[in-house]
Structure formats: C-alpha cells, structure tokens
Design a binder for this molecule. Sequence first.
Ligand SMILES: Nc1ncnc2c1ncn2[C@@H]1O[C@H](COP(=O)(O)OP(=O)(O)OP(=O)(O)O)[C@@H](O)[C@H]1O
Ligand SMILES: [Mg+2]
Length: 278
Amino acid sequence: MRVVVHGLAKEFMTGQGKVRALAGVDLEIREREFFGIVGPTGCGKTTLLHIIAGLEKPTRGNVEFVGEQRTQSRVSMVFQDPSLMPWRTVERNVPLGPEFRKQPVPVYKRAAQFFLEVVRLLDFGGVHPAELSGGMKQKVAIARALANDPEVILMDEPFANLDAQTRLLLREELLRIWERDKKTVILVTHNIEEAVMLCDRIAVMSAAPGVVKNVIPVEVRRPRSFKSMADPDFIRCMEMIWDLLRYEVDRAMKENHPSRSETPGKEARRKPFFTWWE
Ligand SMILES: Nc1ncnc2c1ncn2[C@@H]1O[C@H](COP(=O)(O)OP(=O)(O)OP(=O)(O)O)[C@@H](O)[C@H]1O
Ligand SMILES: [Mg+2]
C-alpha cells in the first residue's frame, strides 16, 4: 500500500497559544518501501506519524492510502515505549489486533505462535512482560504490530530506549523480518546510522514547524547487515544526511536556547526575559 501525504499542516492550541508542529508536509511512500524520517527534536515527526495512523487530525492537508482496499486495520504502530499490557502473558499481548477484531480463538492463538516465532521468542509465550528485557519487550511490540496484519507499519523511535548492542541486534532482526514479507514501513529515528541501515529512502525534516527538506535515496546494497556500515556507499549516505540535518538541529537548538545564539530567532527577540539586562 502506498501512502501519500498531501500538504499536511498541524497546529496545536495550548494554554500558551498556538503551536505550529507541521507546516505543509508532502510525501509519497511507495508500496513495500522501508521509509525513514529524521529531523531535529520537536519538528513534528511523532505528530506526522499520529496523523498517518489516524490518531490525530491535521489542521490542513490529508493522507491517502493507495492500493488494495481491505476491511482490516491497515496501519499498526510501534512506539518508543513497547506499551504492553502487564497483566497479560506475552502470547496474549501479541494477538491483540485479531482478538479485537473478534477472530475465533484458534485463529489468534495461531497468529501469536507464528509471530512469536518470527521474532524468535516462542519460548517466552507464557511469561509476563515484567520478566522480559527491554529488547525482548520491544520484539513483542513488533510481533504485536505484525500480528495485526497491517499493510503499513509506523515506528516511532522503536529502539531509542535500548542499549547499543540490543539496538544493533534488533535492527538486524527487523531487516530480516522486513525482507521476509516486505510491508510498507515508516520509521522515525534520531539515529542516522539506523536510518541508513534499514531504509530505502530517508526524508530529512526541517526544524519546527516541520516540512520535508529532502528525500535521500539510500543506495546501499541489500541484504544489509552490521557489515554494511563499512560500505563506502553507507558512509557517503550518512554524511549526506548529516550535512542536511546538522543545520536544522543547530537551528532547533538555537530556537530553544536563544542565549546560545549569536543572532537570536524571532521567538528569542520577543521574550523580554532575555533582553531586560541589555
Ligand atoms: N498534544 C499536543 N499538544 C500541544 N502541543 C503538542 C502536542 N503534541 C505535540 N505538540 C508540539 O508539537 C511540536 C512537534 O512535536 P512532536 O512530538 O511531533 O515532535 P518530534 O519531532 O516527534 O520530537 P522528538 O524528536 O523530540 O520526538 C512540539 O512543539 C510539541 O511541543
Ligand atoms: Mg517524537
């Protein structure tokens, strides 16, 4: 399924006034593509995923899903925090989608077994989330997303809370799973290396309010693994993305910390707190 994002803008009304999160995002994510989104903190990446998932309404623009039409849920989301149900065992956490769609018990039990095997956690079906490591919990969240049989999987920094080695392992697991049945995946990450390792193309967003600055194709051979990081194409792609991103990250930091800026942004100039002693 193709995901087409047309001119998405989002403003939040808060106690302090209007917050502009997105300022007109256009994107086209191809069928079965692994698509990455990177951008400075606060540029609206999570907001964009929430709008695509239908959890949030845009102020302007829309999202179109182009492809096969099905009655089943089209989109699954994996969050930074695996948000499993602590009172349910692993095998009861995985098939939430089919269970909520009121599929017969044997069907969702089979789905649980199948996807626990996919993430190599078959032996842990009977335990509760509290007994798992962070990486294992995140694998259960991925199994749950897959068991929902979505056409599109949205991932919001799914490995951000994990240690560096678990991150590497899970990246390879995710690559293996994606190579298996190639769903359309949209991954938000702060980690450029992770984006290049996993994605076909990567959108670089501007500092808030977010727009897409560039979409970079990742020309690193598949299948990829840890070793791909030594590929000159890999390094070139990381450099290209960082060159685009560093300016935006710097801009976002200066907006948030005007005292660090030589030429304060509009926000800073408006704030009397930073000017009263001048
Ligand atoms: N529910 C909300 N109400 C008010 N403002 C919000 C809400 N959700 C997000 N925002 C604001 O919208 C902007 C974008 O937030 P968002 O969480 O989408 O950024 P992000 O790119 O995901 O950041 P990060 O990289 O830190 O996760 C921020 O200024 C944030 O404070
Ligand atoms: Mg976010």
